[in-house]
Design a binder for this molecule. Structure first.
Ligand code: NDP
Length: 324
């Protein structure tokens, strides 16, 4: 038996509990992993609370990412004892996920633990950190000397890592946050300017004064629309999230009058070569001291109570769930 968080369908919706489950037998290509660390991401918050239809099969073990050690493998690329990382591929949505003592997953979903990162460090980064790197890589053509790069939802998981990575690459980072109380935290991560989220929450004008040459957006909605209207001529904005809204109340003006590029970022189905490259870049570029700044540990038994914090925008940095 394996201890796991289990989400079940009920008459009124769904319920979550810490339970014992029996993992499926290994089919050809599968790998059984003893999980060392899992994490909580925004999507796990949605799955655990049922606030959005993230879970597509019940009963479901949530958890979109984990790191751990292979216990048994029927995949040619993995052997018992190897250290691996998983994120995305609809694990925790369609396939049983990482908020458990062990998991059986397709070996094709795994990447080897990136050299230079520990099992704990990979999960401090987790899906949020790896997505932040995909966003930063989408801005690779932006010259650090050309101006400011803006990051929205800056105190959250993706935002915190994006601020740290961009600052380490030499960019002047403007961090947008609804939490002025976290100014010191964002400054420690490398932000040089703090922007009040309220400044970007008004109805967006088609074009506004140019404030930045590029951006990473996790919020969507009016915040992203304002980010676009304030992006300088020829700038690029990488959009990965909907923490504020799924809508995008913008116009074509930033695109056709300023040549702004909106780059969509998806981490879930991202092909393996790009995923490995992102993890290797994280291992090279992230500062281990910054990881300690952003990490908070929550035991498996407290995961269900913590999940709602994501919906209230109360999570700072990354939540790591130590398992083994
Ligand atoms: P977090 O909850 O850790 O961070 C989100 C941040 O957004 C919050 O900390 C807060 O920052 C801000 N925020 C929260 N609520 C609102 C609101 N109502 N209006 C405006 N800002 C708000 O989440 P993650 O960093 O884990 O994920 C961020 C987003 O990115 C999510 O939408 C998630 O689904 C998405 N995502 C997408 C991926 C992909 O593959 N495309 C992969 C990973 C994440 P502050 O208080 O500083 O303003």
């Amino acid at each position: 038996m394996t201890r796991a968080i289990v989400i079940e369908k009920t008459g009124e919706g769904q319920s979550a509990s810490l339970s014992d489950i029996t993992l499926p037998a290994l089919a050809a290509g599968d790998v059984c992993v003893d999980i060392a660390y899992s994490t909580l991401n925004y999507k796990d918050g949605l799955a655990l609370t049922g606030a959005a239809p993230v879970v597509r099969r019940f009963p479901m073990v949530p958890g979109v990412d984990f790191s751990g050690v292979v216990r048994e493998s029927r995949h040619p690329d993995y052997k018992a004892g190897e250290r691996v990382v998983l994120n995305g591929w609809s694990v925790g949505e369609k396939y049983w996920g990482g908020l458990a003592e062990s998991a059986v997953v397709r070996g094709d979903f795994l990447v080897p633990l990136p050299e230079g990162l520990s099992l704990r460090q990979t999960m401090i980064l987790g899906t949020a950190g790896y997505t932040a790197m995909l966003c930063v890589q989408a801005l690779a053509g932006v010259d650090p000397a050309s101006g400011t790069v803006v990051v929205t939802g800056a105190t959250g998981g993706v935002g915190s890592v994006a601020v740290a990575l961009l600052a380490a690459r030499g960019y002047r980072v403007a961090a947008v946050t609804g939490r002025a109380s976290e100014t010191d935290y964002l400054t420690r991560l490398g932000a040089r300017e703090i922007v009040d989220r309220a400044d970007l929450s008004a109805k967006p004008r088609p074009l506004a004064t140019e404030r930045w040459v590029a951006g990473v957006d996790v919020v969507g909605g009016e915040v992203l629309a304002n980010v676009l209207s304030m992006t300088a001529y020829g700038g690029t904005v990488a959009a990965c999230g909907l923490a504020g809204s799924m809508d995008l109340p913008t116009s074509v003006a930033p695109f056709i009058l300023r040549g702004v590029t909106l780059r969509g970022i998806d981490s879930v189905m991202c092909p393996l070569p790009a995923r490995r490259a992102a993890w290797q870049a994280l291992a090279r570029e992230i500062d281990a001291a910054q990881l300690d700044t952003i990490a908070r540990e929550v035991p498996l038994a407290d995961v269900i109570d913590t999940a709602a914090d994501f919906l209230g925008g109360k999570v700072r940095g990354r939540i790591v769930v130590p398992i083994h």
